[in-house]
Design a protein around this ligand. Sequence first.
Ligand code: SF4
Length: 343
Amino acid sequence: MNLDRPAVLGWLRERDAGRLETLWSLADRTRRRHVGDEIHLRGLLEISNHCRRSCLYCGLRAANTAVQRYRMDAQTIIAGARDAAERGYGTVVLQAGEDPGLEAGWIAGVVRAIRADTGLVVTLSLGERSREELALWRSAGAGRYLLRFETSDPRLYAHLHPAAPGGPRHRTELLPILRELGYEVGSGIMVGLPGQGIESVADDLLLFRELDLDMIGVGPFVPHPGTPLGALDAVAAEEQVEPDEETVMKVVALARLLRPDANIPATTAVATCWGPRGRERALLRGANVVMPDLTPPPYRAQYEIYPGKTCPPGLELTMTAIGRRPGIGPGGRRREEVPWSRP
Ligand code: SF4
């Protein structure tokens, strides 16, 4: 489908339920044609909640001293990867705050051990790291990297996500480097950030296509009381985007139309806000991935990016009810042969 900016904006502003049914159905047909009926499951391990950054929206920000910090040891991480393999998942995702305590050589060793022990694809989501570190992890066997840019609007981004000294001004600068290193590249946005206008969300969507993203995550903004953006008197943009379900679903559906063969999760934030039915609706409006949280209980509750984060049960029932089935194998982007085996 040839979606230009006015068409994307038109859909984002659409309120008519009948016309929105057309959008949901277009997204679902596109999903089926390009990525099929399988729902790929990625086992998520939140390996550290330390973070040196202070993104205004995030409960793990360094300035939030109420967080009890943890860093999992290698054995616990590898046991979590085995758990994912035993459940039949093809991928394990190692996620953390931007934690310098996760030393690059140590992470490379963990990636190697998981690859040797389980054969799973390893996805990393460890924030902004140097080219050398990213290259090291790629050569250790990591196949994918997730780095959400959250908003492409440079002013809003700079406000929400103060740059690290010597780091990139915008996370999008790192995405081509990840691609060059041979990773499958994932990114995404938050919908309904204070100050986020509808035009900027249209630009985010078009950027998904321009960057040719392999994975796209979209979730609502959920205010965290321990952050500056948890305050209720935040400034609104002209045509402020709301973090409501309909708007988030429009962004998921449009992401599918703009990037037909990408892997698009029904995100944990969607499931947290709108429960199993919300997750089901996302899967019927373009999504084809779910990331069950396998982080062990002592740590899971401490990885509170936003309040109430939860992964509702009943996924098997949902899949059956909507005529879908669990994916077998790594579930990478289909246009590439086997990128995860080619460090
Ligand atoms: S969004 Fe990521 S980098 Fe920013 S404060 Fe949270 S964990 Fe740290």
